[in-house]
Design a protein around this ligand. Structure first.
Ligand code: ATP
Length: 282
């Protein structure tokens, strides 16, 4: 007899069409939201939206401009407080009131506009806001930084993710290429985001080669067991790396599809409203 999880995976492979939006089998979502609402004056940016991120998966979130993808991601990462709805992390209800709350819970977000200090080194950027202090009285009373430890850990993290084309951990971030900067940002998120990593358009500003590196990096992070939410307008990138695709439309989750069951043009048609979810495999 198959294990229930296997049976479900088999069912999913054979069934085709939109996948179970609430995830696969009996697994509990790592991050789950129900009934989220966020209004900005007369605009309803998130309109009774549900969301599920399953353990170990790369979940792409796609949608037209203004569909509310960023607003959704902000609501589950503490960057905005939803007006209504609930969020669970590992099955426990959470109410983040700031990005720091979410970070403390293991959710790291890499925004399109990278929040880095260009003049500071790679190591300093990786530890920005969470600097390590020297042990004992020097750290506690004199707030002295433990630079050797930060440099060592930064080097380890970059090596783990295959980013050691970056030669010098003390190099200023402004001297790196766009792809390398994005790499450092993802490495920073992977170093501290123990539960969930959210990437907002990580390849938008990059060339072909640099995008490739970042896509590989995303897969490396996944291989380490950390689930990823990937917001992207780049359909080939989404279809290359995503396990499931959350299609967002008019402030809510329209459907969730399996990239192997749907064409890119149908995904775009769903996203823009040119096609209804039931038409995909009708
Ligand atoms: N801080 C804000 N104040 C007012 N309106 C906002 C704010 N943030 C988002 N909105 C509005 O909410 C809606 C959803 O925006 P959001 O940025 O979440 O969409 P998106 O899907 O991420 O778009 P894009 O793909 O263009 O980045 C838009 O109509 C936007 O103008």
């Amino acid at each position: 007899m198959d294990e229930p999880a296997d049976r479900h995976a088999h069912h999913r492979r054979c069934r085709g069409g939109p996948v179970d939006p609430e995830g696969i089998g009996l697994m509990e979502p790592i991050l789950k939201a129900r009934g989220l609402v966020k209004r900005y004056g007369r605009v309803t940016a998130i309109d009774n939206c549900d969301f599920d991120l399953m353990p170990g998966e790369i979940l792409a979130v796609i949608g037209d401009n203004g569909a509310g993808k960023s607003s959704l991601i902000k609501a589950v990462s503490g960057a905005t407080i939803p007006d209504e709805g609930e969020v669970w992390l590992d099955g426990r209800p959470v109410r983040f009131t700031s990005p720091n709350d979410a970070r403390a819970a293991g959710i790291e977000t890499v925004y399109q506009q990278l929040a880095m200090s260009p003049a500071l080194s790679i190591a300093d950027n990786m530890f920005m806001g969470r600097e390590l202090r020297r042990p004992g009285i020097l750290g506690k009373w004199f707030r002295m930084l433990d630079r050797p430890a930060m440099q060592r850990i930064a080097r380890e993290k970059l090596t783990e993710l295959g980013l050691m084309t970056i030669q010098n951990i003390n190099q200023a971030v402004e001297t790196l290429s766009g792809g390398q900067r994005q790499g450092v940002a993802v490495a920073r998120a992977a170093a501290f985001g123990s539960r969930v990593i959210i990437l907002d358009e990580p390849t938008a500003a990059l060339g072909v080669k640099e995008s490739r590196k970042v896509l590989e990096l995303i897969q490396d992070v996944k291989a380490r067991g950390i689930p990823i939410i990937l917001i992207s307008h780049n359909m080939p990138h989404v279809f290359e790396v995503a396990d499931r695709i959350h299609i967002h439309r008019l402030g809510k989750r329209l459907t969730v599809v399996n990239p192997s069951d749907i064409s890119m043009s149908d995904a775009v048609a769903l996203m823009t409203g040119a096609m209804k979810p039931d038409a995909v495999h009708a």
